[in-house]
Design a protein. Structure first.
Length: 413
């Protein structure tokens, strides 16, 4: 028993220290550390250089907490009224985003002969952009005041909301539920989302007042305990623990949301990093080379479809051509959500893991590059003279606070 505990402490210490070093290295070179976390997991997982056995169960639990905290803090960034307003304004762009970006993953899985459930999983992997990586890119490039930034945020908000519908459906499919069972799960999920939005809109102050505390320790314990409890109940109802955490975040607002965000952000960053490492640990590196070419082709297609999505959404909002290209290039990055979706399917559709890992590695590296170079390349080869029309406005756009999404710090990006 003593030897097992000692080995566990040594492995956990090495993992956390390694994550810190990788995060600092990524910060020095100006890149997201997500690829480094995934590579670290691949190196020390099954089939890697030095498999970690003693800490496997603890890391798996930490990964679950990481997903819950990612979604909780994402929910804290948006008020219910902001979500409803964005949904009304941007839903056509959300539909285009879904069709253009989910379809390649769905078709790819069917072509590979993986079946319908795997196709639904891969559709989600290719559909959802990385809010965390994109938030960091917007800040690094000084584009928070650009005309296209509210459009980018609107698309991301719709994707986040769509997770409240997609994840329960996916959970039901992965659990092997019948059509009736899946339909019941979806009804429960939609009813829960609707109820939470109603309570948040009508009684958000009362909920926040009940949770509020001047003592940071009490606020941390109450918010974290409530989130984990709701996430567990949601998982029991086949609604998805992640959605439960997201809804708790939406229900809190004002000073409570801000205080909880400040307290929980370091925990989120730590456990989110553990989650990415765990996903790498669950993937055998030997499984990646056979699917790398497929992942590369899928990534190239995804770059084009996301640029088209951003172009359409920005054009619909009246943004000039330069801003349309910037919006499209910024939306390319995939990251935390793609890994979350693939992680849910590891037990049921293990073939998704290697492809998703390679796919995310490619696009999390390409994302910051396309954000920076899509518009200059388009201006050089396709048009001239629109850049002056897209100068940043002096003030930060409404809703810009939402760019501080989970993963925007070094540890979760």
């Amino acid at each position: 028993m003593h030897d097992t505990t000692t080995e566990l402490l040594i492995e956990l210490g090495a993992i956390i220290l390694g994550l810190g070093i990788l995060g600092r290295l990524a910060g020095r070179i100006g890149f997201s550390p997500i690829p480094l976390y995934l590579l670290a997991g691949l190196a020390f997982g099954k089939g890697g250089f030095l498999p970690l056995d003693a800490s496997e169960e603890f890391v798996a639990t930490g990964a679950e907490i990481g997903v819950i905290l990612l979604l909780l803090l994402l929910g804290l960034e948006y008020s219910a009224s902001e979500l409803v307003t964005n949904l009304k304004k941007q839903y056509p762009s959300g539909i285009v985003d879904f069709v253009l970006n989910a379809l390649p993953g769905f078709v790819c899985a069917l072509i590979l002969g993986w079946g319908f459930v795997a196709a639904v999983v891969l559709a989600g992997v290719t559909w959802i952009s990385s809010s965390g990586v994109i938030a960091k890119v917007l800040g690094d490039l000084g584009r928070l005041g650009n005309r296209e930034t509210p459009v980018i945020l609107g698309v991301l908000v719709i994707e986040d909301l769509a997770m409240a519908v997609y994840l329960p459906i996916l959970t039901a499919l992965l659990a092997g539920l019948s059509l009736g069972g899946a339909s019941l799960t979806l009804v429960i999920s939609l009813g829960t989302v609707g109820l939470v939005l109603y309570l948040a809109l009508r009684h958000g102050r009362l909920i926040s007042r009940a949770v509020s505390s001047d003592n940071p320790e009490m606020l941390l314990l109450v918010v974290l305990g409530l989130t984990v409890l709701v996430a567990g109940v949601a998982a029991e109802l086949q609604v998805s623990a992640a959605v439960g955490a997201f809804l708790v975040g939406i229900a809190l607002s004002g000073e409570v949301a801000e205080g909880a965000h400040n307290l929980l952000a370091p925990l989120r960053d730590l456990f989110a990093a553990v989650f990415f490492v765990f996903f790498g640990l669950s993937t055998n590196p030997a499984d990646i080379p056979p699917v790398f070419l497929t992942a590369l082709i899928l990534a190239v297609v995804s770059v084009l479809t996301k640029i088209a999505t951003g172009w359409y959404a920005a054009r619909r909002a009246g943004v000039q051509r330069a801003g349309r290209w910037r919006a499209g290039g910024t939306l390319v990055a995939r990251g935390e959500f793609s890994i979350v979706i693939a992680g849910l399917a590891v037990g049921t559709a293990p073939e998704i893991g290697p492809l998703a890992t390679a796919y995310v590695l490619i696009l999390v590296i390409l994302g910051p590059l396309t954000a920076r170079w899509t518009e200059p390349l388009a201006r050089r080869f396709l048009y001239r003279g629109d850049a002056a029309k897209d100068r940043p406005v002096p003030a930060e756009p409404p809703g810009a606070r939402a760019v501080d999404t989970p993963g925007s710090t070094a540890a979760a990006n």
